[in-house]
Design a binder for this molecule. Structure first.
Ligand code: E4P
Length: 221
């Protein structure tokens, strides 16, 4: 399973990129709004920061309701990085979003259909040619459903029918989500930097380091 970072924060993206684990970046309107910057400018900045990743998701804005409006926005977004194919158009899981997905994927543009909460939604998006689907597991857990089980079922369905759409496990809240979606067959987990940092930690690692440091001090006295 690969890692994407789920943020529009430049510092967090730089921190994750320099440890070498990053294969992509996902953003959404809420994450960009939190940064208080112009959407297109921040996407351009992110594309410059992470030259070696496979995908940077930029979502069409909530005021784009028709497929035509989404496609028009996508065409502007694609221009930001001179048509570099890492820019991925994130589309909502609506009928218009699927129509835009179909159109863009036929043009060779990467797409990420977002706000997936059922297996049927994932199947529709895959059939519309989505490069990625983003099931939101944390938000399902929030309403007492099982988000990891959804990822597991989508992975099983894609394998059974030979669909090559990749699953991005999204709305990941803690390290156990990461382990469980990896075991369930997600191709990618998109996670905030705080979760990436937590993945690297273990109390016994900290204790071990403290003991090495203490023993080292004793040995040099
Ligand atoms: C993914 O693409 C979304 O940006 C994100 O994972 C949503 O997560 P949240 O439920 O924590 O807002």
């Amino acid at each position: 399973m690969k890692f994407f970072i789920d943020t529009a924060n430049v510092k967090d993206i730089e921190s994750a990129y320099k440890i070498g684990v990053l294969s992509g970046v996902t953003t959404n309107p809420s994450l960009v709004a939190k940064e208080g910057v112009k959407f297109e400018d921040r996407i351009a900045e992110i594309l410059q920061l992470v030259p070696e990743v496979e995908s940077v998701s930029a979502e069409v804005t909530p005021d784009a309701e028709t497929a035509e409006e989404m496609i028009a926005q996508a065409n502007e977004l694609i221009k930001i990085n001179n048509h570099d194919d890492k820019i991925t158009i994130k589309l909502p899981m609506t009928l218009a979003g699927l129509e835009a997905c179909r159109y863009l994927s036929r043009k060779g543009v990467k797409t990420n259909v977002t706000l997936i909460f059922t297996v049927n939604q994932a199947l529709l998006a895959a059939r519309a040619g989505a490069t990625y689907v983003s099931p939101f597991l944390g938000r399902l857990d929030d309403i007492s459903e099982d988000g990891v089980l959804l990822v597991d079922k989508i992975a099983q369905l894609f394998r059974t029918h030979g669909l090559d759409t990749q699953i991005i496990a999204a709305s990941v809240r803690h390290p156990d989500h990461v382990t469980r979606v990896a075991m369930a067959g997600a191709h990618i987990a998109t996670v905030p930097f705080s979760v990436i940092a937590q993945l690297a930690k273990h109390p016994l690692t900290d204790q071990g380091l403290e003991k090495f440091a203490a023993d080292w001090q004793k040995s040099i006295k």
